[in-house]
Ligand binder design. Structure first.
Ligand code: NAD
Ligand code: ADE
Length: 419
Protein backbone atom coordinates (compact mmCIF):
# COMPACT_ATOMS: atom_id res chain seq x y z
CA UNK A 1 0.00 0.00 0.00
CA UNK A 2 1.32 3.45 -0.93
CA UNK A 3 1.80 5.85 1.99
CA UNK A 4 1.48 9.57 1.30
CA UNK A 5 0.63 13.07 2.40
CA UNK A 6 0.36 15.52 -0.46
CA UNK A 7 -1.71 18.66 -1.14
CA UNK A 8 -4.37 17.23 -3.48
CA UNK A 9 -4.48 13.93 -5.36
CA UNK A 10 -6.85 15.60 -7.82
CA UNK A 11 -3.85 17.42 -9.31
CA UNK A 12 -2.33 14.17 -10.59
CA UNK A 13 -3.47 14.70 -14.20
CA UNK A 14 -1.52 17.96 -14.53
CA UNK A 15 1.45 16.35 -12.81
CA UNK A 16 1.47 13.48 -15.31
CA UNK A 17 1.65 15.94 -18.21
CA UNK A 18 4.60 17.72 -16.60
CA UNK A 19 6.40 14.43 -16.04
CA UNK A 20 5.78 13.41 -19.67
CA UNK A 21 7.33 16.70 -20.78
CA UNK A 22 10.38 16.14 -18.56
CA UNK A 23 10.81 12.58 -19.83
CA UNK A 24 11.07 13.90 -23.39
CA UNK A 25 13.93 16.15 -22.29
CA UNK A 26 15.86 13.62 -20.18
CA UNK A 27 17.21 11.14 -22.73
CA UNK A 28 20.10 9.82 -20.62
CA UNK A 29 17.95 8.93 -17.65
CA UNK A 30 15.36 7.41 -20.01
CA UNK A 31 18.05 5.21 -21.58
CA UNK A 32 19.02 4.02 -18.10
CA UNK A 33 15.35 3.33 -17.41
CA UNK A 34 15.05 1.32 -20.60
CA UNK A 35 18.01 -0.87 -19.66
CA UNK A 36 17.41 -1.33 -15.94
CA UNK A 37 13.64 -1.71 -16.01
CA UNK A 38 14.38 -5.00 -17.75
CA UNK A 39 17.31 -6.04 -15.52
CA UNK A 40 15.62 -4.79 -12.28
CA UNK A 41 18.88 -4.47 -10.31
CA UNK A 42 17.16 -2.85 -7.30
CA UNK A 43 14.58 -5.59 -6.64
CA UNK A 44 13.91 -5.66 -2.88
CA UNK A 45 15.79 -2.40 -2.21
CA UNK A 46 14.16 0.45 -0.30
CA UNK A 47 15.34 3.93 -1.23
CA UNK A 48 14.66 7.05 0.87
CA UNK A 49 14.95 10.32 -1.03
CA UNK A 50 14.86 13.92 0.15
CA UNK A 51 14.95 15.96 -3.06
CA UNK A 52 13.06 18.91 -4.51
CA UNK A 53 9.80 17.34 -5.64
CA UNK A 54 9.83 18.50 -9.26
CA UNK A 55 8.99 16.90 -12.60
CA UNK A 56 12.68 16.02 -13.01
CA UNK A 57 12.83 14.32 -9.63
CA UNK A 58 9.72 12.43 -10.72
CA UNK A 59 11.61 11.03 -13.71
CA UNK A 60 14.41 9.90 -11.38
CA UNK A 61 12.20 8.21 -8.78
CA UNK A 62 10.09 6.55 -11.47
CA UNK A 63 13.29 5.18 -12.97
CA UNK A 64 14.39 3.86 -9.57
CA UNK A 65 10.99 2.24 -9.08
CA UNK A 66 10.97 0.72 -12.56
CA UNK A 67 14.40 -0.73 -11.74
CA UNK A 68 12.87 -2.63 -8.83
CA UNK A 69 13.19 -0.26 -5.85
CA UNK A 70 10.54 0.88 -3.42
CA UNK A 71 10.84 4.66 -2.98
CA UNK A 72 9.94 7.01 -0.11
CA UNK A 73 10.19 10.70 -1.06
CA UNK A 74 10.09 13.99 0.87
CA UNK A 75 11.01 17.51 -0.23
CA UNK A 76 14.38 19.12 0.41
CA UNK A 77 12.83 22.56 0.78
CA UNK A 78 9.48 23.59 2.30
CA UNK A 79 8.58 25.76 -0.73
CA UNK A 80 9.91 23.84 -3.73
CA UNK A 81 7.34 21.05 -4.13
CA UNK A 82 5.28 20.97 -7.33
CA UNK A 83 2.01 19.70 -5.86
CA UNK A 84 0.69 18.26 -9.13
CA UNK A 85 3.87 16.24 -9.58
CA UNK A 86 3.68 14.97 -5.99
CA UNK A 87 0.11 13.80 -6.64
CA UNK A 88 1.06 12.06 -9.89
CA UNK A 89 3.88 10.24 -8.12
CA UNK A 90 1.50 8.82 -5.52
CA UNK A 91 -0.62 7.46 -8.37
CA UNK A 92 2.52 5.94 -9.73
CA UNK A 93 3.18 4.06 -6.48
CA UNK A 94 5.81 6.29 -4.90
CA UNK A 95 5.41 7.00 -1.17
CA UNK A 96 5.39 10.81 -1.11
CA UNK A 97 5.32 13.18 1.86
CA UNK A 98 5.55 16.69 0.43
CA UNK A 99 3.53 19.80 -0.34
CA UNK A 100 4.36 23.39 -1.17
CA UNK A 101 4.27 25.63 1.89
CA UNK A 102 5.29 23.19 4.62
CA UNK A 103 5.99 24.79 8.01
CA UNK A 104 9.32 23.96 9.59
CA UNK A 105 7.65 21.28 11.76
CA UNK A 106 5.84 19.80 8.77
CA UNK A 107 9.07 19.79 6.75
CA UNK A 108 10.80 17.68 9.41
CA UNK A 109 7.72 15.51 9.88
CA UNK A 110 7.97 14.60 6.18
CA UNK A 111 11.70 13.86 6.34
CA UNK A 112 11.10 11.68 9.39
CA UNK A 113 8.60 9.61 7.37
CA UNK A 114 11.45 8.88 4.96
CA UNK A 115 13.93 8.09 7.76
CA UNK A 116 11.42 5.84 9.54
CA UNK A 117 10.77 3.86 6.36
CA UNK A 118 14.14 2.24 7.21
CA UNK A 119 15.72 2.76 3.79
CA UNK A 120 18.68 0.74 2.51
CA UNK A 121 20.08 3.64 0.50
CA UNK A 122 19.30 7.34 0.78
CA UNK A 123 19.44 10.26 -1.65
CA UNK A 124 19.68 13.74 -0.16
CA UNK A 125 19.85 17.33 -1.40
CA UNK A 126 21.34 19.66 1.19
CA UNK A 127 22.13 17.17 3.94
CA UNK A 128 19.04 17.44 6.15
CA UNK A 129 18.34 13.70 5.89
CA UNK A 130 21.99 12.79 6.49
CA UNK A 131 22.04 15.09 9.54
CA UNK A 132 18.73 13.75 10.89
CA UNK A 133 19.82 10.11 10.57
CA UNK A 134 23.10 10.81 12.35
CA UNK A 135 21.54 12.80 15.18
CA UNK A 136 18.21 11.06 15.78
CA UNK A 137 18.18 7.71 13.98
CA UNK A 138 21.66 6.22 14.54
CA UNK A 139 20.38 2.63 14.32
CA UNK A 140 18.84 3.26 10.92
CA UNK A 141 22.01 5.07 9.80
CA UNK A 142 24.12 2.11 10.96
CA UNK A 143 22.30 -0.31 8.69
CA UNK A 144 22.39 1.86 5.55
CA UNK A 145 24.26 0.54 2.53
CA UNK A 146 25.11 4.16 1.76
CA UNK A 147 23.86 7.55 0.68
CA UNK A 148 24.27 10.17 -2.00
CA UNK A 149 24.35 13.95 -1.87
CA UNK A 150 23.17 16.27 -4.61
CA UNK A 151 24.51 19.70 -3.69
CA UNK A 152 27.60 21.63 -2.56
CA UNK A 153 26.13 22.56 0.84
CA UNK A 154 25.21 18.93 1.57
CA UNK A 155 28.69 17.72 0.60
CA UNK A 156 30.21 20.27 3.00
CA UNK A 157 28.02 18.86 5.78
CA UNK A 158 28.94 15.24 4.92
CA UNK A 159 32.64 16.13 4.90
CA UNK A 160 32.22 17.73 8.33
CA UNK A 161 30.70 14.46 9.62
CA UNK A 162 33.61 12.53 8.08
CA UNK A 163 36.20 14.94 9.54
CA UNK A 164 34.68 14.55 13.00
CA UNK A 165 34.86 10.74 12.64
CA UNK A 166 31.06 10.45 12.84
CA UNK A 167 30.05 9.45 9.31
CA UNK A 168 28.20 6.13 9.54
CA UNK A 169 28.02 4.99 5.90
CA UNK A 170 29.73 5.50 2.54
CA UNK A 171 28.43 8.58 0.77
CA UNK A 172 28.78 9.55 -2.87
CA UNK A 173 29.16 13.29 -3.44
CA UNK A 174 27.10 13.37 -6.64
CA UNK A 175 27.60 17.15 -6.71
CA UNK A 176 31.29 16.58 -7.42
CA UNK A 177 30.75 14.72 -10.69
CA UNK A 178 31.94 16.85 -13.61
CA UNK A 179 28.69 16.03 -15.40
CA UNK A 180 26.89 17.54 -12.40
CA UNK A 181 28.52 20.73 -11.18
CA UNK A 182 29.89 21.99 -14.49
CA UNK A 183 26.39 21.93 -15.96
CA UNK A 184 23.78 21.91 -13.17
CA UNK A 185 25.44 24.39 -10.82
CA UNK A 186 26.66 26.64 -13.63
CA UNK A 187 24.21 26.56 -16.54
CA UNK A 188 21.24 25.16 -14.66
CA UNK A 189 21.33 27.68 -11.82
CA UNK A 190 22.50 30.45 -14.14
CA UNK A 191 19.35 30.17 -16.22
CA UNK A 192 16.80 29.07 -13.62
CA UNK A 193 17.77 31.81 -11.16
CA UNK A 194 16.82 34.43 -13.73
CA UNK A 195 13.75 32.40 -14.61
CA UNK A 196 12.72 32.72 -10.95
CA UNK A 197 13.58 36.42 -10.69
CA UNK A 198 11.71 37.22 -13.90
CA UNK A 199 8.61 35.16 -13.09
CA UNK A 200 8.45 36.83 -9.67
CA UNK A 201 9.15 40.44 -10.70
CA UNK A 202 8.97 40.77 -14.50
CA UNK A 203 11.62 43.53 -14.22
CA UNK A 204 13.89 44.39 -17.14
CA UNK A 205 17.46 43.16 -16.63
CA UNK A 206 18.87 45.35 -19.40
CA UNK A 207 20.26 48.51 -17.83
CA UNK A 208 20.32 47.10 -14.30
CA UNK A 209 23.27 46.71 -11.95
CA UNK A 210 23.35 43.06 -10.86
CA UNK A 211 25.44 42.05 -7.85
CA UNK A 212 26.35 38.36 -7.55
CA UNK A 213 27.72 37.18 -4.19
CA UNK A 214 30.05 34.20 -4.65
CA UNK A 215 31.93 33.21 -7.79
CA UNK A 216 31.75 29.44 -7.40
CA UNK A 217 30.04 27.24 -9.97
CA UNK A 218 26.65 28.73 -9.26
CA UNK A 219 27.87 32.34 -9.11
CA UNK A 220 29.77 31.97 -12.39
CA UNK A 221 26.61 30.81 -14.17
CA UNK A 222 24.50 33.61 -12.72
CA UNK A 223 27.05 36.31 -13.59
CA UNK A 224 27.30 34.96 -17.14
CA UNK A 225 23.54 35.03 -17.65
CA UNK A 226 23.21 38.49 -16.05
CA UNK A 227 25.63 39.77 -18.65
CA UNK A 228 23.77 37.92 -21.43
CA UNK A 229 20.47 39.50 -20.42
CA UNK A 230 22.01 42.94 -20.82
CA UNK A 231 22.76 44.02 -17.27
CA UNK A 232 24.56 47.40 -17.38
CA UNK A 233 27.08 46.28 -14.78
CA UNK A 234 27.65 42.85 -13.26
CA UNK A 235 29.47 43.08 -9.94
CA UNK A 236 30.87 40.04 -8.14
CA UNK A 237 31.66 39.85 -4.43
CA UNK A 238 34.00 37.14 -3.12
CA UNK A 239 36.10 36.15 -0.11
CA UNK A 240 38.44 33.80 -2.04
CA UNK A 241 41.22 35.77 -3.76
CA UNK A 242 41.66 33.23 -6.58
CA UNK A 243 37.98 33.19 -7.47
CA UNK A 244 37.88 36.97 -7.21
CA UNK A 245 40.78 37.17 -9.66
CA UNK A 246 39.02 34.75 -12.01
CA UNK A 247 35.93 36.98 -11.94
CA UNK A 248 38.08 40.01 -12.81
CA UNK A 249 39.71 38.15 -15.73
CA UNK A 250 36.26 36.98 -16.85
CA UNK A 251 35.43 40.65 -17.22
CA UNK A 252 33.35 41.35 -14.12
CA UNK A 253 33.79 44.10 -11.55
CA UNK A 254 34.80 42.84 -8.12
CA UNK A 255 34.33 44.76 -4.90
CA UNK A 256 33.24 44.13 -1.29
CA UNK A 257 29.53 43.88 -0.57
CA UNK A 258 29.86 47.05 1.54
CA UNK A 259 30.51 49.00 -1.67
CA UNK A 260 28.31 46.97 -4.03
CA UNK A 261 25.36 47.52 -1.67
CA UNK A 262 25.20 51.21 -2.64
CA UNK A 263 25.18 50.51 -6.37
CA UNK A 264 23.16 47.35 -7.01
CA UNK A 265 19.61 47.08 -8.33
CA UNK A 266 19.41 43.26 -8.04
CA UNK A 267 21.42 41.24 -5.51
CA UNK A 268 21.78 37.46 -5.89
CA UNK A 269 23.56 35.35 -3.30
CA UNK A 270 25.22 32.06 -4.30
CA UNK A 271 27.75 31.32 -1.58
CA UNK A 272 26.43 28.53 0.66
CA UNK A 273 27.38 30.89 3.51
CA UNK A 274 25.30 32.81 6.05
CA UNK A 275 24.60 36.54 6.46
CA UNK A 276 26.30 37.48 3.21
CA UNK A 277 23.85 40.37 2.87
CA UNK A 278 23.09 41.78 6.31
CA UNK A 279 21.92 44.93 8.05
CA UNK A 280 25.14 46.89 7.44
CA UNK A 281 24.59 46.36 3.69
CA UNK A 282 20.82 46.80 3.68
CA UNK A 283 21.13 50.31 5.23
CA UNK A 284 23.10 51.41 2.15
CA UNK A 285 20.82 49.94 -0.53
CA UNK A 286 18.82 51.95 -3.04
CA UNK A 287 15.07 52.25 -2.74
CA UNK A 288 13.59 49.34 -4.73
CA UNK A 289 16.59 47.02 -4.53
CA UNK A 290 15.70 43.37 -5.16
CA UNK A 291 17.24 40.60 -3.03
CA UNK A 292 17.30 36.99 -4.25
CA UNK A 293 19.11 33.87 -3.12
CA UNK A 294 20.27 30.86 -5.15
CA UNK A 295 22.25 29.15 -2.36
CA UNK A 296 20.85 26.08 -0.64
CA UNK A 297 19.59 27.56 2.63
CA UNK A 298 17.65 30.75 3.39
CA UNK A 299 20.48 32.21 5.47
CA UNK A 300 22.44 34.13 2.84
CA UNK A 301 20.22 37.21 2.96
CA UNK A 302 20.01 37.73 6.71
CA UNK A 303 16.26 38.05 7.14
CA UNK A 304 16.31 38.81 10.89
CA UNK A 305 18.11 42.11 10.07
CA UNK A 306 15.55 42.92 7.38
CA UNK A 307 12.71 42.19 9.79
CA UNK A 308 14.35 44.39 12.45
CA UNK A 309 14.89 47.28 10.07
CA UNK A 310 11.41 47.15 8.55
CA UNK A 311 8.51 49.27 9.66
CA UNK A 312 6.05 47.14 7.71
CA UNK A 313 5.98 44.39 5.12
CA UNK A 314 3.51 43.06 2.59
CA UNK A 315 3.43 40.48 -0.18
CA UNK A 316 3.20 42.71 -3.23
CA UNK A 317 3.26 39.89 -5.82
CA UNK A 318 3.56 36.11 -5.44
CA UNK A 319 7.08 35.38 -4.20
CA UNK A 320 7.87 39.08 -3.63
CA UNK A 321 7.80 40.57 -0.13
CA UNK A 322 8.16 44.31 0.15
CA UNK A 323 9.94 45.48 3.31
CA UNK A 324 9.31 49.16 4.03
CA UNK A 325 12.18 50.55 6.07
CA UNK A 326 11.82 53.28 8.69
CA UNK A 327 13.42 55.87 6.34
CA UNK A 328 10.86 55.09 3.62
CA UNK A 329 13.07 52.95 1.36
CA UNK A 330 11.63 49.66 0.13
CA UNK A 331 13.61 46.45 -0.30
CA UNK A 332 12.10 43.48 -2.12
CA UNK A 333 12.91 39.96 -0.92
CA UNK A 334 12.14 37.15 -3.36
CA UNK A 335 10.95 33.66 -2.41
CA UNK A 336 11.34 34.37 1.32
CA UNK A 337 15.11 34.20 0.81
CA UNK A 338 14.90 30.55 -0.26
CA UNK A 339 16.21 29.11 -3.55
CA UNK A 340 14.61 31.56 -5.99
CA UNK A 341 14.87 29.18 -8.95
CA UNK A 342 12.89 26.42 -7.24
CA UNK A 343 10.40 28.56 -5.36
CA UNK A 344 9.54 31.18 -7.99
CA UNK A 345 10.17 28.98 -11.03
CA UNK A 346 10.52 25.24 -11.73
CA UNK A 347 14.19 24.72 -10.87
CA UNK A 348 16.71 23.73 -13.49
CA UNK A 349 15.51 22.72 -16.92
CA UNK A 350 15.09 19.00 -17.50
CA UNK A 351 18.02 18.82 -19.93
CA UNK A 352 20.49 19.65 -17.18
CA UNK A 353 18.82 17.56 -14.49
CA UNK A 354 19.12 14.67 -16.95
CA UNK A 355 22.83 14.48 -16.14
CA UNK A 356 22.53 15.29 -12.42
CA UNK A 357 19.97 12.56 -11.94
CA UNK A 358 21.70 10.03 -14.18
CA UNK A 359 24.57 10.53 -11.72
CA UNK A 360 22.20 9.94 -8.80
CA UNK A 361 20.87 6.76 -10.39
CA UNK A 362 24.31 5.36 -11.18
CA UNK A 363 25.61 6.38 -7.74
CA UNK A 364 22.83 4.30 -6.16
CA UNK A 365 23.81 1.40 -8.41
CA UNK A 366 27.48 1.81 -7.48
CA UNK A 367 26.67 1.78 -3.75
CA UNK A 368 24.45 -1.26 -4.17
CA UNK A 369 26.92 -3.18 -6.33
CA UNK A 370 29.69 -2.44 -3.80
CA UNK A 371 27.60 -3.05 -0.66
CA UNK A 372 29.69 -4.11 2.33
CA UNK A 373 32.92 -3.14 0.56
CA UNK A 374 33.08 0.64 1.00
CA UNK A 375 34.25 2.32 4.23
CA UNK A 376 32.20 5.15 5.77
CA UNK A 377 33.78 7.96 3.79
CA UNK A 378 32.74 10.62 1.29
CA UNK A 379 33.57 9.48 -2.27
CA UNK A 380 33.57 11.41 -5.51
CA UNK A 381 31.66 9.59 -8.25
CA UNK A 382 33.89 7.22 -10.22
CA UNK A 383 35.30 8.68 -13.43
CA UNK A 384 33.69 5.86 -15.48
CA UNK A 385 30.24 7.00 -14.41
CA UNK A 386 31.02 10.61 -15.37
CA UNK A 387 32.34 9.55 -18.77
CA UNK A 388 29.44 7.21 -19.42
CA UNK A 389 26.97 10.02 -18.75
CA UNK A 390 28.92 12.53 -20.87
CA UNK A 391 29.04 10.09 -23.78
CA UNK A 392 25.34 9.30 -23.54
CA UNK A 393 24.49 13.00 -23.38
CA UNK A 394 26.67 13.83 -26.39
CA UNK A 395 25.05 10.98 -28.31
CA UNK A 396 21.58 12.18 -27.41
CA UNK A 397 22.56 15.66 -28.63
CA UNK A 398 23.95 14.25 -31.88
CA UNK A 399 27.50 15.38 -31.13
CA UNK A 400 30.43 13.20 -32.20
CA UNK A 401 34.01 13.45 -30.90
CA UNK A 402 37.41 12.07 -31.88
CA UNK A 403 39.13 9.04 -30.38
CA UNK A 404 42.80 8.79 -29.44
CA UNK A 405 44.87 6.77 -31.93
CA UNK A 406 47.05 4.03 -30.37
CA UNK A 407 50.11 6.23 -31.12
CA UNK A 408 48.55 9.22 -29.39
CA UNK A 409 47.66 7.09 -26.37
CA UNK A 410 51.28 5.92 -26.15
CA UNK A 411 52.63 9.45 -26.62
CA UNK A 412 50.53 10.79 -23.78
CA UNK A 413 51.90 8.10 -21.43
CA UNK A 414 55.57 8.56 -22.29
CA UNK A 415 58.24 10.67 -20.60
CA UNK A 416 60.89 9.78 -23.25
CA UNK A 417 59.38 11.58 -26.19
CA UNK A 418 60.17 15.30 -26.43
CA UNK A 419 61.31 17.68 -29.13
P1 NAD B 1 31.13 26.87 -4.49
O1 NAD B 1 31.80 26.39 -3.26
O2 NAD B 1 31.68 26.48 -5.83
O3 NAD B 1 31.09 28.47 -4.48
C1 NAD B 1 30.74 29.25 -3.37
C2 NAD B 1 31.56 30.54 -3.47
O4 NAD B 1 31.09 31.47 -2.50
C3 NAD B 1 33.05 30.31 -3.17
O5 NAD B 1 33.84 30.82 -4.22
C4 NAD B 1 33.28 31.07 -1.86
O6 NAD B 1 34.56 31.65 -1.78
C5 NAD B 1 32.19 32.15 -1.96
N1 NAD B 1 31.83 32.75 -0.68
C6 NAD B 1 31.72 32.15 0.55
N2 NAD B 1 31.38 33.06 1.48
C7 NAD B 1 31.25 34.25 0.83
C8 NAD B 1 30.91 35.57 1.23
N3 NAD B 1 30.65 35.88 2.52
N4 NAD B 1 30.89 36.56 0.28
C9 NAD B 1 31.17 36.29 -1.02
N5 NAD B 1 31.51 35.06 -1.45
C10 NAD B 1 31.54 34.06 -0.55
O7 NAD B 1 29.62 26.44 -4.38
P2 NAD B 1 28.53 26.36 -5.57
O8 NAD B 1 28.57 25.02 -6.17
O9 NAD B 1 28.66 27.57 -6.40
O10 NAD B 1 27.19 26.42 -4.67
C11 NAD B 1 26.81 27.61 -3.98
C12 NAD B 1 25.48 27.35 -3.24
O11 NAD B 1 24.46 27.09 -4.20
C13 NAD B 1 25.49 26.13 -2.32
O12 NAD B 1 24.67 26.40 -1.21
C14 NAD B 1 24.87 25.05 -3.18
O13 NAD B 1 24.37 23.99 -2.40
C15 NAD B 1 23.82 25.83 -3.89
N6 NAD B 1 23.28 25.29 -5.14
C16 NAD B 1 22.03 25.69 -5.48
C17 NAD B 1 21.45 25.26 -6.64
C18 NAD B 1 20.08 25.71 -6.99
O14 NAD B 1 19.36 25.00 -7.69
N7 NAD B 1 19.69 26.90 -6.56
C19 NAD B 1 22.14 24.39 -7.50
C20 NAD B 1 23.45 24.02 -7.16
C21 NAD B 1 24.00 24.49 -5.97
N1 ADE C 1 17.61 21.39 -8.23
C1 ADE C 1 17.65 22.41 -9.10
N2 ADE C 1 16.73 22.26 -10.07
C2 ADE C 1 16.08 21.11 -9.81
C3 ADE C 1 15.03 20.42 -10.46
N3 ADE C 1 14.48 20.88 -11.58
N4 ADE C 1 14.61 19.27 -9.90
C4 ADE C 1 15.18 18.81 -8.76
N5 ADE C 1 16.18 19.40 -8.11
C5 ADE C 1 16.63 20.56 -8.64
Amino acid sequence: MVEYKVKDLGLAGEGRLKIDWAEHHMPVLMLLRKQYSVEKPFEGLRIGAVLHVTKETAVLVKTLKDSGAEVFLAASNPLSTQDDVAAALVEYGINVFAWRGESSEEYYWCIRRVAESKPDIILDDGGDLHALLHSEYPDIADRLIGGTEETTTGVIRLKALERDGLLKYPAIAVNNAYTKYLFDNRYGTGQSTFDGILRATNVLIAGKVVVVAGYGWVGRGIALRARGLGARRVIVTEVDPIRALEAVFDGFEVMPMGKAAEIGDIFITATGNKAVIRGEHMVKMKDGAILANAGHFNVEVWIPDLEKMAESKRVIRPNVTEYKLKDGRRLYLLAEGRLVNLVAAEGHPSEVMDMSFANQFLAVKYLYDNRGKLPPKVFNPPREIDERIARLKLKAMGVEIDELTPEQREYLKSWRLGT
